[in-house]
Design a binder for this molecule. Structure first.
Ligand code: GLA
Length: 387
């Protein structure tokens, strides 16, 4: 990978002498969906898939970007003196956003740079290619210019830039998973305090299989922001009867007791998901620690039902994949993963059932939509590094 990036760098910019190559991962979330902006818990892991960049510092303040994923777009130029989002700047708005966010925090970027990028996370799959690009950019800036920031800061800066520069009001999960990833571990993160714990992913005789529906519904960002607004309204209503700061502070019984204070029935459903999903996440991590994968799988399945029926972020194509997975012997659990409205499912599948699983899902998907899903047997990987 390093050689391919450096060869391309030389082809695009003349010489690769002094260029460095970096990587930051994408993520898959095992459970704890749409809890991260509700002060709840999440349980993602970083992937070994992600985004690579070859980078060389320049003497002026020019920024030149080239992506091997969009070869026909060619080099996109910008400058450190013009860190603003432009629609025509496409994907480069993510690294530019992170540079802008560093400067907002008083870290002036002294030099421009030439960048060649390559990502092996399928586009629009909901495996956080944008978060990996944000964390990658922060990691590069720290390495090139010696800024005093921790990996956790890189996650927060990435989220800040996505919120303020790119206009998506996302929570902290994706950037945190990318920046703090650890091989063979998932991250049990309390998004209210940012306290976290690495949990070993000991899946004896099982695999984590991600299935890509290859569907991306439009208006994803606005639908995402709508869900956030519902939760915020519900929280305000609940605060009239209980002293909480976030939905994540309630357990199921407390929610049931207080829920009638939520005026809008749809807001009530959305808040119910946030509360119950957080509790499921706590139980799932306990189950994993006790090596009780059966319970873990059942909680994943219940998470899907709640995301489908109450939170309403699934879609027909994803439900088809999940329904087909649930019918396969040897599937421990299966659910939609990530923001929703398309993207991927995550399933835990016994080794001996992986081939049957792929065949069954392909068949069901082909029959319903005349399309093939894509499968990735994934492993939990490390956070960002230099190659
Ligand atoms: C997207 C957001 C995350 C999180 C998930 C849903 O991936 O970027 O912050 O809210 O959706 O769990």
């Amino acid at each position: 990978m390093k050689k391919q990036l450096l060869d391309k760098f030389e082809e695009m910019y003349g010489s690769a002498e002094g260029a460095e190559v970096y990587f930051a991962p994408g993520r898959v979330n095992l459970i704890g969906e749409h809890t991260d902006y509700n002060g709840g818990h999440v349980f993602p892991c970083a992937l070994t898939l992600g985004t690579y960049a070859a980078v060389k510092r320049r003497d002026d303040d020019l920024l030149r970007f080239f992506s091997m994923n969009f070869e026909n777009v060619g080099v996109i130029e910008s400058s450190l003196s013009d860190l603003k989002p432009y629609e025509e700047a496409g994907w480069t708005n993510y690294p530019k956003g992170v540079m802008w966010a560093f400067e907002q925090r008083g870290m002036k970027i002294p030099n421009g740079m030439d960048i060649v990028l390559f990502g092996n996370i399928p586009n629009g799959s909901g495996l956080s290619s944008s978060a990996s690009l944000e964390v990658l950019t922060g990691f590069i800036l720290r390495d090139l210019f010696g800024f005093d920031v921790t990996n956790q800061d890189l996650a927060l800066i990435g989220q800040f830039s996505e919120n303020q520069f790119n206009g998506c009001n996302c929570g902290i999960m994706d950037q945190f998973a990318s920046a703090m990833g650890k091989k063979d571990h998932a991250i049990f993160l309390d998004t209210a305090s940012l306290e976290f714990e690495y949990a070993p992913l000991v899946l004896d005789g099982m695999k984590i299989v991600v299935t890509n529906s290859k569907v991306k519904h439009s208006l994803v960002d606005s639908a995402y922001n709508d869900r956030r607004n519902s939760c915020e309204r519900a929280l305000k209503d609940l605060q009239t009867v209980c002293g909480i700061h976030s939905l994540g502070e309630l357990n199921e019984a407390e929610f049931e007791q207080a829920k009638n204070s939520i005026k809008d029935p749809d807001d009530r459903l959305k808040a119910k998901h946030a509360v119950y999903e957080n509790q499921r996440t706590l139980k799932a991590v306990e189950a994993l620690k006790a090596n009780d994968l059966t319970t873990f799988g059942q909680l994943m399945n219940a998470s899907h039902v709640s995301l489908r029926d109450d939170y309403e972020v699934s879609c027909e194509e994803i439900d088809t994949l999940v329904d087909a997975a649930w019918k396969v012997d040897g599937v421990v659990g299966s659910r939609i993963t990530g923001g929703g409205f398309g993207g991927c499912t995550v399933s835990i599948v016994k080794d001996e059932a992986v081939e049957t699983f792929k065949a069954a899902l392909s068949q069901a998907y082909k029959k319903a939509y005349d399309k093939e899903p894509e499968f990735y047997v994934v492993e939990a990987g490390d956070g960002p590094y230099k190659l």
